[in-house]
Ligand binder design. Structure first.
Ligand code: NAD
Ligand code: TYD
Length: 340
């Protein structure tokens, strides 16, 4: 039977892909998409979906109790993605991260509890586990790895993650948590490394590689993430967390070289800049629990093919890139990163 799913942050990178994924793959479900449209939220990412009768957009903050009162009575399940999401911004100014990612999550959980919402999935991150060493590739994050977040962003996501679990433990809410590795794909705001570097390479600029480029990330295609979130929504156990990863570890230098190749540039495009403060060395996911219990596996994440397609998307969507980069993004970078 169909249900009404509240997606928070549905105008962002993963959220817009998730709204599209649900509308395409779950024909009986409806989506209420609640988003504050911060610098990272963009209705242009949803242009093809704005007239879909199964998609309703609500312009609201997750901490706006009145607006939540207006939607929650119609909601069967919540997929909570709305967040401040960029590590560099959190290093510069943590306060908004704590407000949105912790207090906002608590207000949303309370509203869902008040209205007896049947299911709540908190979209967390692998960054809650902290970092792994570069010199021992046998180590992976499992769901049992202690939470040891390092950046203000990761701390704020850990606060939301633990609150979500507490609402299960304390109030018996039907809550599950997903902890995913780095996503790539269409509609990612071009402050994150892949779209940022692709834009700069296309525009003939150098790319700012932090430190020596040895830091490792495990890259997963955003639609594989969307599919995993839906599996957890349907069959995840209450009170449990599920790791999601692409089994696709790459150093930033290796990634940068692949992007340079795909954009027809050479090594002179790399500009080694000062390292990010507290830069986590390596993230790597053991996703055996979601594979074993929910039958999920990544099917769209294999490189170089999936990376090539993503680069092509940014080449083909210059107008989208220009529009989302104008305004707040430009001001932030002009103020904080001039000359780096
Ligand atoms: P994003 O920054 O692209 O999108 C975030 C969205 O949330 C934007 O549309 C923004 O307008 C909205 N938003 C921000 N504050 C809000 C508020 N107070 N009320 C309502 N809406 C608000 O982020 P993303 O990369 O799509 O990430 C989505 C979620 O997935 C986040 O919770 C993030 O922590 C998590 N996550 C991301 C990744 C990744 O690689 N991008 C990996 C794992 C987990
Ligand atoms: P990012 O896309 O910000 O994601 P996260 O910090 O959540 O992993 O960064 C991915 C990696 O790329 C990270 O190790 C930092 C590095 N990076 C750069 O080297 N230069 C940049 O300009 C940015 C934004 C990131």
């Amino acid at each position: 039977m169909g249900q009404t799913i509240l997606v928070t942050g549905g105008a962002g990178f993963i959220g817009s892909n998730l709204v599209r994924f649900i509308l395409e793959n779950r024909p009986d479900d409806r989506v209420i998409n609640l988003d504050a449209l911060t610098y990272a939220g963009n209705l242009e990412s949803l242009a093809d979906l704005m007239d879909d009768p199964r998609h309703e957009f609500v312009h609201a903050d997750i901490a706006d109790v009145e607006k939540l009162e207006g939607v929650m009575p119609r909601v069967d399940s919540v997929l909570h993605l709305a967040a401040e999401s960029h590590v560099d911004r959190s290093i510069h100014d943590p306060s908004l991260f704590l407000k949105t990612n912790i207090i906002g999550t608590q207000v949303l959980l309370d509203a869902a509890k008040r209205h007896g919402v049947g299911r709540f999935v908190y979209v967390s991150t692998d960054e809650v586990y902290g970092e792994l060493p570069l010199d021992d590739k046998s180590q992976l994050f499992t769901e049992e790895t202690p939470l040891k977040p390092n950046s203000p962003y990761a701390v704020s996501k850990t606060g939301g993650d633990m609150l979500a679990r507490a609402y299960w433990h304390t109030y018996g809410m039907n809550v599950s948590i997903t902890r995913c590795s780095n996503n790539f794909g269409a509609y990612q705001f071009p402050e994150k490394v892949i779209p940022l570097f692709v834009n700069k390479l296309i525009e003939g600029e150098q790319v700012p590689l932090y430190g020596d480029g040895s830091n490792v990330r495990d890259w997963l295609h955003v639609l594989d993430h969307c599919e995993a979130i839906c599996r957890v929504l349907d069959d995840g156990k209450p009170g449990e967390a599920y790791n999601i990863g692409g089994n696709n570890e790459r150093s930033n230098l290796e990634l940068t070289r692949m992007l340079i190749d795909l954009c027809g540039r050479d090594e002179s495009a790399i500009k080694h800049v000062e390292d990010r403060l507290g830069h986590d060395k390596r993230y790597a996911i053991d996703a055996s629990k979601i594979r074993r219990e929910l039958g999920w596996e990544p099917t769209r994440s294999a490189w170089p093919g999936a990376l090539e397609e993503t680069v092509q998307w940014y080449k083909d969507n210059r107008v989208w890139c220009d529009h989302v980069r104008s305004g707040e993004y430009k001001r932030f970078y002009a103020q904080n990163y001039s000359g780096s």
